[in-house]
Design a protein around this ligand. Structure first.
Ligand code: AMP
Ligand code: ZN
Ligand code: ZN
Length: 405
């Protein structure tokens, strides 16, 4: 409190003097959380990332295990809540809730992504920070369009996939040019292009590495923009999950395992959430719960403990997971583009690992972290922002060696 008062007095005295430059932001360095969707740690070894590699060399480098399921919305919400998807309630990119009958959460549905009822099981870092008086700008972060627990971030924008990456960087820099009272202390930046290329062409394709190189250029643009402004930020670069190559001969047609009339699902791909039709549960269980080549299915209560998944009412009654790199699909499923890669698989698979790179005054240069679970990013963010974390599944001890204090 005393420190705040002192800074206020200093700021006021600066304001009173017309010729004095604007004072540096009060207190802590801004925290910039950058998500590069689907960026595997080994993408740093493809000689396409001078900027990220420099940040890693002078800062901190690590490998994160995503939470299950290794999809975008569940993991982005985990990164900012420290909760496993089973606890924060965003259990998939697409899901239903028996307490919200007749509606389906879909990440492509603007109304759903902006509706707090889907998000309120968790409290993202920006809600806690805003409540502590910290100005936040979680731009394009899943959840940022909703008034979660009655709190909206000061700055947010409707997600626009067509917005070029360079413009996204410039949007962030413009927020840092705002006057002190409106200038955010916590900001996010999101890039989807590496994930999109990974899906279409696979993780090893030249097109994917070209997308990696382009995003790296944007990280350079960000660093240059910060430097030009004299801003020293704590930069945390993460991914939500990795990417595994697919192959046409690694597909399981679920409608050949059991008749279509006996079940339904919401999405095909790296796993399948199965809803037995009325009165058909015994038949579905008999077909699915037996051993299958390249696939395991469980009742939700029997999903192996290490996935920490299945207690939330939003998880479907039966869950099927193939070996990494296999697809669960149906004979009539026609994807809209070639399927080169996917994620959603077992988070322990090396292909699902997500990148972690950080740098700035809070970080110990040259640290290489042992692999850790992505739930620990949340207590790290709380530490960097100086706010008290909500109860969570993470452990700041996972990243403690990377911190200067
Ligand atoms: P996934 O295949 O699970 O990695 O999902 C990636 C896709 O999520 C991106 O290509 C975007 O279309 C979508 N996405 C990412 N962030 C948002 C957001 N804030 N709002 C809506 N859709 C998003
Ligand atoms: Zn993703
Ligand atoms: Zn994806």
């Amino acid at each position: 409190m005393f420190r705040w008062l002192l800074l206020t007095i200093v700021s006021l005295s600066f304001a009173a003097c017309a010729t004095a430059p604007e004072p540096p932001p009060a207190g802590r360095a801004p925290v910039i959380l950058v998500s590069i969707d689907g960026f595997r740690p080994d993408y740093l070894d493809r000689e396409a990332t001078p900027n990220l590699s420099r940040l890693a060399r002078h800062g901190v480098q690590g490998v994160m295990r995503p939470s299950f399921p290794s999809k975008t919305f569940p993991n982005h919400y985990t990164l900012v809540t420290g909760l496993r998807p089973d606890r924060h309630g965003i259990v998939d990119n697409t899901f239903e809730d028996p307490e919200i009958p007749g509606e389906t959460f879909r990440m492509s549905n603007r109304k759903a992504v902006g509706d707090r009822k889907w998000w309120d099981q968790g409290a993202p870092i920006w809600v806690t920070a805003e409540q502590a008086g910290v100005v936040t700008a979680p731009v394009y972060w899943p959840g940022s369009e909703a008034e979660i627990r009655g709190v909206r971030p000061t700055h947010w924008r409707a997600f626009q996939m067509s917005r070029p990456n360079a413009a996204r960087v410039d949007d962030l820099l413009a927020l840092l040019d705002l006057p002190l009272g409106r200038r955010p202390q916590f900001l996010t930046l999101y890039f989807d292009t590496v994930d999109t290329a990974g899906h279409r062409f696979g993780p090893d394709a030249p097109e994917t590495i070209a997308a990696v190189a382009e995003v790296d250029t944007q990280v350079g643009r960000l660093a240059a923009g910060l430097k030009a402004r004299g801003i020293v930020a704590n930069l945390v670069v993460v991914a939500d999950h990795g990417m595994a190559p697919l192959a046409p001969d690694r597909r399981i047609f679920m409608d050949e395992v059991l008749p279509r009339s006996a079940w339904r699902t919401l999405a095909a791909g790296a796993f399948m959430a199965i809803y037995p039709a009325e009165g058909r549960t015994a038949e579905v269980e008999a077909a699915l719960l037996q051993p299958h080549p390249h696939m395991a299915c469980w009742r939700k209560a029997e999903i192996p403990e290490r996935f920490r998944y299945g207690r939330n009412p939003r998880v479907a009654p039966i869950f099927c997971l193939p070996e990494t790199g296999w697809s669960l699909t149906t004979r009539d499923y026609r994807p809209s583009w070639p399927e080169g890669g996917n994620h959603g698989f077992d988070p322990e698979s090396p292909e699902m690992a997500a990148v972690f790179v950080a740098g700035g005054p809070a970080f110990r240069p040259g640290t290489i972290l042992p692999a850790f679970d992505n739930v620990s990013v949340y207590p790290l963010l709380a530490h960097l922002l100086g706010v008290t974390p909500e109860p969570n599944d993470g452990d700041i001890g996972d990243v403690a060696t990377a911190l200067t204090r």
